[in-house]
Design a protein around this ligand. Structure first.
Ligand SMILES: CC(=O)[C@@H](O)[C@H](O)COP(=O)(O)O
Ligand SMILES: NCC(=O)COP(=O)(O)O
Length: 237
């Protein structure tokens, strides 16, 4: 069974829209865990437009499952991760002005940098994962950085799922087989949803964890958070 880590960025977006503390991010995170969620993911961005750096500090004291912090390892982010010591850090090469994550690492070009930050995080006892496209040479490059895991960037799978799911999944299946042969753990995320998750899970060998936020929160508007978390858990079995 792959673990479900719920990305709560969108809860922070909603809270920030009124400047108060409704919905309460810490309570939502605890509720998700009580509903069965096996992890909480946040992706603080430099402009703090949703998750604030202080949220990461506060969540550290309330999360009882796996805490995953995603982001571009700029100095301020590295400092935050070193201070909060989450279960896992997922490195994502976001541009500052990106609306959302839109590419995986070039693990060849940024090899030296990735090796250095990954080694620093691992020395602190933090599991590392790096966000990559499903491309063989990028997976091979990832293995050389010393990272524990990769997170497969699933945007293209999600985008093409309805037209041709066999074609959409193929690079991901191939990448998962290769990653496993190279000793990497496999996570995945971005635009996964209740329609595509079961097919994704069934076709990705050795899948350890998915992080899902945008669709999960949207689906919860109609179906309820408790219900939706459990629907994902069922589909991930
Ligand atoms: C790494 C990744 O795929 C992203 O999903 C990200 O965590 C979502 O970030 P936003 O909520 O800012 O779009
Ligand atoms: N790492 C992916 C993630 O946390 C959630 O992405 P999305 O479901 O919000 O697209």
């Amino acid at each position: 069974m792959a673990k479900l880590s719920v990305n709560i960025n969108k809860i922070a977006t909603l809270r920030n829209s009124r400047g108060g503390n409704i919905p309460n991010l810490l309570k939502v995170a605890s509720d998700i865990e009580n509903f069965g969620g096996q992890g909480i993911t946040i992706h603080p961005r430099p402009d703090e437009r949703h998750i604030k750096y202080q949220d990461a500090r506060d969540l550290k004291h309330t999360i009882t499952t796996e805490f995953n912090i995603e982001g571009n390892p700029v100095p301020k982010f590295i400092e935050l991760v070193m201070e909060t010591k989450p279960t896992q850090v997922t490195l994502v090469p976001d541009a500052v002005d990106a609306i959302t994550s839109n590419a995986g690492w070039d693990t060849i070009k940024h090899s030296d940098f990735l090796k250095e930050v990954i080694s620093d995080f691992k020395n602190k006892g933090i599991r590392t994962s790096i966000f990559v496209d499903p491309v063989a040479k990028m997976i091979e490059g990832a293995a050389k950085t010393g990272t524990d895991r990769i997170e497969l960037y699933t945007e293209s799978f999600a985008k093409n799922f309805n037209q041709n799911k066999e074609k959409a999944i193929q690079p991901y299946t191939d990448s998962a087989i290769l990653a496993n042969q190279l000793g990497l753990g496999i996570n995945a995320g971005h635009d996964l949803n209740l329609d595509n998750i079961h097919y994704f899970k069934n076709n990705i060998p050795h899948l350890l964890e998915v992080s899902i936020g945008h669709a999960l929160i949207c689906e919860s508007l109609y179906l309820g958070l408790d219900n939706v978390v459990n629907m994902y858990l069922h589909k991930l079995k």
